[in-house]
Write a protein that binds this ligand. Structure first.
Ligand code: C2E
Ligand code: MG
Ligand code: MG
Length: 593
C-alpha cells in the first residue's frame, strides 16, 4: 500500500467518523440527494482499508460492503466524479458486489479534505440504468462539499477554544501524534506560556468576572501571534495557558522565550483597571514518539511553575524540581487520609528543663507521620505544606485533642507538666479557635495553665487584626503563648514588644553556634537580656552539648530543650524518662544543697 494511502487512512481515522452512530446532520444531506436524483438509494460512503463504510444511508440496510470492486472505492482512488450508467454493461462492475445485489446505476462525487485526501464518496444509486446531466454532476459535487463542511464543523467542535479560536489541548495532542509519526525521534521544544498562576485565575475570576479572563486571553493570543508570526501554530491549552512548539538551537529558543515573555508584560485589557500580570514561559524538551503527548504539557506547566521563581520569568523543565513537586503534591493529598486513619499519626514529646531547678517543667508535643508507603515523613517537610491548605484546621485540631488527652492522663497521675502545642498562624484566623480549645480542655478536665501554644515569630508578624484579637482573647483567658523559632523572623525589636506572649524560644540555629562562635554568644546574650527586659521567659531550643548548656546558664537562660536532655519520645518512653529524671534531678539537687 502506498504512503499516500497510509496518510489518507490516518486522516480518516483521526476524524473519528468510522463506526460512529448515524447522525441527523449527515442523514439530512443523504435524504436530499435521494430526493434530488429521484433515486431510492443515497449514501455517504467512507473508504476504509478494505471496506466501504456508510456514515449515512437511505435505501440500504447494511452499514458496509467490501472495498473490492466498489465504485466508491474507485472514486476515492481517482478523486474524481464517477458515473456508471449501467453496472451490468460495465466491464469493471458487471460482476461486482453492487451489481449482484441488484444495483444498475451509480454516481459518486469525491469527499476531499482541505489537504487533498479523499475520504470516500457522496453517492446515489438506482436499480434501473440511468443517465446524468451536467447539472446533476454539479449537484452531486455540491452535496459532497456539504458533507465535507459538516465533517469540518464536527471536527472543529471540541478542538478549538471558542474564546480565541485557537486549537485547543486535544488538537495539540493530535498534532504531536502526527509529528511523531512523520518525524519519529526528532527533538523539539514545547513552550508553555502562562499569564497568571492558577490560584490567581480564581481570584481574577471572582474580582473581575469571567468576561475579563476571556478578553485577557484574546488580547494575549493576538500578542503571541504578533510576536511569533503567522507560521507558528499556537494552541490555547487551558485557562490563560498557551503552548507552541519550536525546534532548533536550545539557547536561541530560550532567548526567544524570554523575549516573548517580555512582550506579554506590556499587555493591558481594554483599558480596564491594570492588573499585575505575571506571565511566564516554561520550556521542555520533546522527543517525538517518545515523550507521551499528554505528558508534554505537564512538563511545560512544571517549567512554568519553576519560572515563577526566577528573575527572567522563563526557564527549562527540571526533573529534580518536578520530583520534589510531585512528592509535595502526593504528601498533601495523602495527609487527609492520615488524619482519618488511626495509626499514621502520633505525637512525640520532648522535655523542657528548668535551668535553676533541673526539673522537667514541660514537654513539647511534636507530630510524627508514619506514611504507609513513604515511611517517616518529617514535620519540617509536611507541616509547611499542610499549613497552606484548608487542612491546617484539622491538623491542629488533631494535635490539640491528642495532646490535651495525653496531658490530662499525666495530670491525673500527678505529673505536674505543661504541654506545648505548636499551632499555625492560620489557626488564629479561625473564629471558633478559642472555643474549640476550651472545649477540649473542659472535656478532659484539664486546667488552662497545663498547656502552652507555640507560634513562630514569622507567623505572628504576618498576621492580621483578627488573629491578633484571637491571641489577645486567649491570653486574657490565661493561655500561655510562646514565640517559637525566635530570631529567624527578622522582626524588629520594637515590633516584638507589641506581640502578646509569655515565652521566647530562641531558635536552634543560634544555640548550635554557641560553643564556637563569639558572635552567636553576643547575639544570644542580647536576645536573652532584651526578652527579660520585656518580661518574657527564655527557652534555648536545640541544646546538644554540655558546653552550650553551660553558656546558656551563664547568660541567664531560663529553660532548655534539646537532644542533650532527650530526643522527642513516644508518650510511653516519655513516661519512663520522666520518672527516671525526677529521681536524678532530686539526687543532684540534694547533692548541691
Ligand atoms: P519546632 O516547633 O521548633 O520544634 C523543635 C524541632 O527541633 C523538632 O523538630 C525537634 O525534634 C527538633 N529538635 C529538638 N531538639 C533538637 C536538637 O538538640 N538538635 C536538633 N538538631 N534538633 C532538635 P521536628 O519534630 O522535626 O519538628 C519540626 C518543626 O515542625 C517544629 O519545629 C514545628 O515547627 C513543626 N511541628 C512539629 N510538630 C508540629 C505540630 O504538631 N503542629 C505544628 N503546627 N507544627 C509542628
Ligand atoms: Mg515548637
Ligand atoms: Mg522551634
Amino acid at each position: 500500500m502506498s504512503n499516500n494511502e497510509e496518510a489518507r487512512l490516518s486522516v480518516l481515522r483521526q476524524l473519528n467518523l468510522l463506526d460512529t452512530p448515524p447522525s441527523e446532520s449527515f442523514d439530512r444531506i443523504t435524504r436530499l440527494a435521494s430526493l434530488l436524483f429521484d433515486l431510492p438509494i443515497a449514501a455517504v460512503s467512507l473508504t476504509d482499508r478494505d471496506r466501504q463504510w456508510f456514515k449515512s444511508r437511505v435505501g440500504v440496510d447494511h452499514r458496509e460492503i467490501p472495498r473490492f470492486k466498489a465504485c466508491c472505492g474507485d472514486v476515492t482512488d481517482s478523486s474524481a466524479v464517477l458515473v456508471i450508467n449501467d453496472l451490468l454493461a460495465s466491464s469493471d462492475y458487471h460482476d461486482s458486489h453492487l451489481a449482484a445485489s441488484g444495483i444498475r446505476f451509480y454516481a459518486g462525487a469525491p469527499l476531499i479534505t482541505h489537504d487533498g485526501h479523499t475520504l470516500g464518496a457522496m453517492c446515489v444509486l438506482g436499480t434501473e440504468p440511468r443517465q446524468v446531466t451536467d447539472q446533476e454532476r454539479n449537484i452531486l459535487r455540491d452535496l459532497a462539499a456539504m458533507v465535507m463542511a459538516q465533517i469540518d464543523l464536527q471536527h472543529a467542535v471540541g478542538r478549538v477554544e471558542p474564546t480565541t479560536g485557537l486549537p485547543n489541548y486535544l488538537s495539540f495532542v493530535e498534532d504531536l501524534n502526527d509529528l511523531a509519526r512523520d518525524f519519529p525521534n526528532d527533538q523539539c521544544h514545547v513552550l508553555g506560556t502562562e499569564l497568571v498562576d492558577l490560584a490567581q485565575i480564581n481570584a481574577l475570576q471572582r474580582v473581575m468576572g469571567p468576561a475579563y479572563l476571556d478578553s485577557l486571553s484574546q488580547t494575549v493570543a493576538r500578542k503571541i501571534r504578533e510576536k511569533l508570526g503567522d507560521q507558528a501554530k499556537i494552541y490555547h491549552v487551558g485557562p490563560c495557558q498557551f503552548a507552541h512548539l519550536e525546534s532548533g538551537n536550545k539557547s536561541e529558543i530560550f532567548e526567544r522565550a524570554v523575549s516573548l515573555r517580555q512582550s506579554l508584560l506590556e499587555v493591558t485589557v481594554n483599558g480596564s483597571a491594570p492588573f499585575m500580570l505575571r506571565p511566564v514561559v516554561g520550556l521542555a524538551p520533546v522527543q517525538l514518539g517518545r515523550t507521551q503527548p499528554d505528558a508534554v504539557l505537564r512538563l511545560a506547566h512544571t517549567a512554568c511553575r519553576d519560572a515563577r521563581d526566577n528573575e527572567k520569568g522563563a526557564g527549562f523543565y527540571s526533573e529534580s524540581s518536578d520530583n520534589r513537586y510531585q512528592r509535595r503534591f502526593s504528601l498533601i493529598s495523602d495527609f487527609q487520609q492520615a488524619l482519618q486513619s488511626d495509626d499514621q499519626l502520633h505525637l512525640a514529646y520532648q522535655p523542657r528543663v528548668d535551668m535553676a531547678s533541673a526539673r522537667c517543667v514541660s514537654a513539647e508535643a511534636l507530630i510524627r507521620w508514619q506514611h504507609p508507603e513513604v515511611g517517616n515523613v518529617s514535620p519540617a517537610e509536611f507541616i509547611p505544606l499542610v499549613e497552606n491548605t484548608s487542612m491546617a484546621r484539622a491538623l491542629t485540631d488533631w494535635v490539640m485533642r491528642n495532646a490535651i488527652r495525653q496531658a490530662a492522663s499525666w495530670h491525673r497521675r500527678g505529673l505536674e507538666l505543661r504541654i506545648s502545642i505548636n499551632i499555625a498562624a492560620a489557626n488564629l484566623e479561625e473564629q471558633d479557635f478559642s472555643e474549640r480549645l476550651l472545649g477540649y480542655l473542659r472535656r478532659e478536665a484539664l486546667p488552662l495553665r497545663a498547656i502552652e501554644l507555640e507560634l513562630t515569630e514569622s507567623g505572628l508578624i504576618s498576621n492580621g487584626r483578627a488573629a491578633r484579637q484571637q491571641l489577645e482573647k486567649l491570653m486574657a483567658l490565661g493561655v500561655r503563648i510562646a514565640i517559637d523559632d525566635f530570631g529567624t523572623g527578622y522582626s524588629s525589636l520594637a515590633y516584638l514588644q507589641t506581640i502578646p506572649a509569655h515565652v521566647v524560644k530562641i531558635d536552634r540555629s543560634f544555640i548550635s553556634g554557641l560553643d564556637h562562635h563569639e558572635r552567636c554568644q553576643t547575639l544570644v546574650r542580647s536576645m536573652i537580656a532584651m526578652a527579660h527586659e520585656l518580661g518574657y521567659s527564655v527557652v534555648g531550643e536545640g541544646v546538644e552539648t554540655g558546653e552550650g548548656k553551660e553558656i546558656l546558664h551563664s547568660l541567664g537562660c531560663d529553660e532548655i530543650q534539646g537532644y542533650l536532655i532527650a530526643r522527642p519520645m513516644t508518650s510511653a518512653d516519655f513516661d519512663s524518662w520522666f520518672m527516671a529524671h525526677i529521681n536524678t534531678a532530686a539526687a543532684s539537687q540534694s547533692r548541691r544543697s
